[in-house]
Design a binder for this molecule. Structure first.
Ligand SMILES: [Zn+2]
Length: 292
């Protein structure tokens, strides 16, 4: 059976001797894997029409396990990304992030709209950094992980005064009052244990009272990232910016410490959620760290 859908080619690889297999994010069916017959041959017409990042109208034949591309009408090949080394590195990274949260064959129209808008903005804007951070937050939000930046994840109060932390485990900002024991004095175990008795509530009769062990403190430090209020405000702006193919790209920028902290939060939070490092992440990070 044939079906038609708008789609974006995410990536492709060789399949057998003559064919290629492409992962296409379609508006109608979600993520599909489809064979492109004969696409390893240099003169194949479909070969040029199924390059990564091609956006168009795809006609597919539904197979039992794999679908097959029969026709493509290209709407945009995003040459401004393809021909730009740095933007292409960002695009590969965002494709990998998207593919790692997207189930196969499940319609995800809002995610499709977002990703199409992301590619448009990545092509159009000069600074891919802001587009990447905005895209990450949007992808995570639609995948069901929406971090909270304006209110404390523990008590719900507005987070304004430093020290403020981002908790990977709780997925959001943590105000000073909600900081776990032993985490309030980073790098100083002595200060931490000296302060402990004051914040310890009286132990019930018969219970042994013990100071937080160094091990649990290490865990607490690793889980918490200290950030400035400006970082949280910028992350909040990025996470609430909604764009569609017709709405403007985020016009936000960050420099210096805020940029560094946003990088740290996004890198660690994504690795934490996915429980792995994305293969394409180190290259993006090396570009960003070089520019600091
Ligand atoms: Zn709190």
């Amino acid at each position: 059976m044939l079906y038609q859908s708008e789609g974006i080619v995410l990536d492709q690889g060789d399949f057998g001797e003559n064919d290629k297999i492409a992962r296409i994010f379609t508006r109608r069916e979600g993520l599909v894997r489809a064979v492109v017959k004969g696409a390893q041959r240099p003169r194949s017409k479909l070969r040029g029409l199924t390059q990564p990042l091609t956006y168009g109208l795809f006609q597919l034949y539904r197979g039992r396990s794999l679908d097959r591309v029969t026709q493509v009408s290209v709407r945009n090949g995003f040459p401004g990304i393809i021909d730009d080394y740095e933007k292409m590195i960002y695009a590969r990274y965002l494709v990998e992030l998207l593919a790692s949260v997207l189930p196969e064959k499940e319609r995800a129209s809002a995610m499709f709209d977002l990703f199409l808008a992301v590619l448009g903005c990545l092509e159009q804007k000069e600074d891919p950094w802001v587009i990447a951070r905005w895209a990450e937050l949007g992808i995570l939000k639609l995948a069901g992980f929406a971090p909270s930046f304006s209110r404390c994840v523990s008590c719900g109060s507005k987070v304004q005064e430093p020290p403020v932390h981002f908790s990977l485990k709780d997925g959001g900002a943590l105000c000073a009052a909600c900081m776990p024991l032993g985490a309030a004095f980073p790098g100083s175990q002595g200060a931490s244990s000296a302060a402990s008795p004051a914040i310890f509530s009286p132990a019930p009769a018969g219970a042994a009272m013990s100071a937080p062990s160094p091990e649990s403190q290490v865990r607490a430090y690793g889980e918490l990232i200290q950030v400035s209020p400006g970082t949280l405000r910028t992350l909040e702006m990025l996470s609430t910016h909604v764009a569609s193919p017709r709405v403007a790209c985020p016009n936000i920028t960050a420099r210096g410490q805020v940029r560094t902290e946003i990088n740290e939060v996004s890198r660690k939070y994504i690795s934490f959620l996915l429980d792995k490092r994305l293969k394409s992440a180190p290259l993006v990070e090396s570009i960003e760290d070089e520019k600091k």
